[in-house]
Design a protein. Structure first.
Length: 269
């Protein structure tokens, strides 16, 4: 299964924060054994995800699985929980007994809540207990259901967020830059964005490297491609590449292949 091309979300239950965490955490999810069996039966399966620069935590409630990050393969054991940055293509190779809790942060969200800069996690698979308190992880594993796990995680994150009252100028300006890019058809370059925000291109580049770990051109290109591809898959007949700052369909096609390694004509696309 390939992210966006295939509806990999049908394998999971989701919780989307509606409180102060909504700006920092995209979702909390848990794989559904029933839906997984319905989709893959007793077969091995792979979930392929392309870059997003979103710190993502996996708490393993099931069996071992294999994680490929870039060109490196990691064997994740039954009791192992990890964090990855997703700055390149990631594949999870799962058994039918896959059972994972996922917490996906927005870029900069990990630092806003826990004071941990995400840049250090590029191209790494990090044991989660080096980032989160080990007792919290164990309580999440021992919880009776998804709702209890969400409550535990949300309470922890809210307590940490509320304990960090100092505003983060770097993250705020990166967020404003991303918002300005999205609000203007995803076609402004770094220089144009700098003009809109009364900054210099050099300053925006420095802020993106500091908060996300990526130059703004690279990150905003990924953001545009992911947003456009999601719309293309959902509404192919009404899709217009011009709404996302592309010159034409050929420009969009090339961006999708560059980012995902997959052609639009392949599979379900």
């Amino acid at each position: 299964m390939t992210e966006i091309f295939d509806n990999i979300r049908k394998l999971y239950r989701f919780y989307f924060p509606q409180n102060e965490l909504a700006s920092y955490i995209e979702f909390i999810s848990e794989s559904s054994p029933e839906e997984t069996f319905r989709q893959v039966a007793n077969n091995l399966f792979t979930v392929r995800m392309f870059p997003s620069w979103t710190p993502t935590c996996y708490i393993n409630l099931g069996e071992p699985y294999q994680l490929t990050v870039g060109s490196t393969i990691y064997q994740i054991q039954k009791q192992t929980d990890v964090l990855i940055l997703r700055n390149n293509i990631v594949e999870r190779h799962n058994l039918p007994t896959d059972h994972i809790v996922t917490v996906k942060f927005f870029p900069g969200g990990l630092e806003a809540i826990l004071g941990i800069n995400q840049v250090q996690f590029r191209d790494r698979v990090v044991p989660l207990e080096t980032v989160w308190p080990a007792p919290l992880i164990q309580r999440v594993k021992q919880a009776i259901d998804f709702d209890e796990r969400v409550n535990l995680l949300e309470s922890f994150f809210l307590s940490r967020l509320n304990g960090r009252n100092k505003p983060d100028h770097y993250r705020t300006m990166v967020s404003h830059t991303i918002g300005t890019f999205g609000a203007n058809g995803m076609e402004l370059n770094t220089g144009q964005l700098a003009d809109r925000l009364f900054l210099t291109s050099k300053t925006i580049n420095r802020y993106f490297h500091r908060v996300i770990g990526s130059p703004p051109k690279q990150y905003l290109s990924i953001m545009r491609a992911r947003t456009a591809l999601s719309n293309y898959v959902a509404h192919k007949n009404q899709f217009s590449p011009y709404e996302y700052g592309y010159y034409d369909m050929s420009h969009f096609y090339k961006d999708v292949v560059r980012l995902t390694g997959k052609k639009l004509t392949a599979g379900n696309a």
